[in-house]
Design a protein around this ligand. Structure first.
Ligand SMILES: [Zn+2]
Ligand SMILES: [Zn+2]
Length: 286
């Protein structure tokens, strides 16, 4: 199983020089299980993934949505393979939504907010509403999911393939004094945990000059470390970076986490993790 990160920001893209190393695109992750392709979320990072896939036509993929807040769907209309006949996509999202995923994406691509409607997408697209307890099977993998703690709901996914496992868990808020047992169960002994590390403790709690963000649906890097330790995961990826965190700040966050959990790494655009090796991927800052 090979994972590549195309968008690692949360909330809104941050396209300026100070964030250029980590990258400013919002969430999108590509997962290869043998010859099968899974994409999680279509934040603005999916645009660049689409460009790379244009060289690999025809494309057949499953797109799993954690949820449908803007930063996780905004790149969808700019994912060029959707416009190419012969490509096939199966799209999955939660029934925790008040509106089915097909309807959400149609509403996103409609006036007055967007000029092109989903009618012009030439690829074959099937929509699937899923819920915890469901299992998605590929030839080389299986996917399970659980609910996270987030306004309007969101899903964490566990992908298992060829004896390896990864858990994608954003956006989620931690409980004050106990682990989220749903998530802990899903993440148990995963080879890779990708976790919502949007805030520092000060930013979350509103201390040292920050205003509090309790109840906003996001977690902290140190809660990610705690979860990684408790669940005995092998590697922790700090993900969904706050748009105000520049490269230097993210370097300091990665260093802080490594003191507590050595196999921590801050996600950046272009990061590739090969789960068939036990080696740590290269940090942006090494
Ligand atoms: Zn988000
Ligand atoms: Zn969200």
């Amino acid at each position: 199983m090979i994972v590549k990160f195309w968008g690692v920001r949360g909330s809104v893209p941050s396209g300026d020089r100070s964030t250029a190393g980590v990258g400013g695109n919002t969430t999108c992750v590509e997962i290869r299980c043998g010859d099968e392709l899974i994409i999680i979320d279509s934040g603005t990072g999916i645009r660049n993934l689409g460009e790379s896939l244009l060289k690999q036509m025809p494309v057949k993929a499953r797109i799993l949505f954690s949820h449908v807040h803007w930063d996780h769907i905004q790149g969808f209309p700019f994912f060029k393979p959707l416009y190419v006949k012969g490509n096939e996509f199966d799209i999955y999202a939660g029934t925790c939504l008040p509106t089915p995923i097909e309807e959400v994406l149609k509403q996103q691509m409609s006036p007055p907010c967007f000029p092109v409607k989903t009618d012009v997408l030439a690829a074959r697209i099937k929509y699937h509403d899923i819920r915890p307890g469901d299992v998605i099977y590929g030839r080389n993998y299986r996917v399970t999911l659980t609910n996270l703690v987030h306004p309007n709901g969101s899903y964490a996914y566990r992908v298992e393939s060829n004896g390896r496992s990864l858990v994608f868990a954003t956006d989620t808020e931690h409980h004050k004094d106990k682990l989220n047992q749903n998530l802990a169960g899903l993440a148990r002994r995963a080879d890779l945990l990708i976790y919502d590390a949007q805030y520092t403790d000060d930013e979350y709690n509103g201390t040292n000059g920050h205003f509090p963000k309790v109840g906003w649906g996001h977690s902290t890097m140190l809660e990610g470390v705690k979860l990684a330790q408790e669940c005995q995961v092998k590697k922790l990826i700090l993900f969904h970076h706050d748009p105000s965190h520049d490269d230097d700040f993210i370097r300091s966050i990665e260093m802080e986490c490594r003191k507590r959990f050595a196999n921590s790494i801050a996600a950046y655009e272009g990061l590739v993790v090969d789960l068939d090796t036990s080696e740590m991927p290269r940090s942006l800052f090494d």
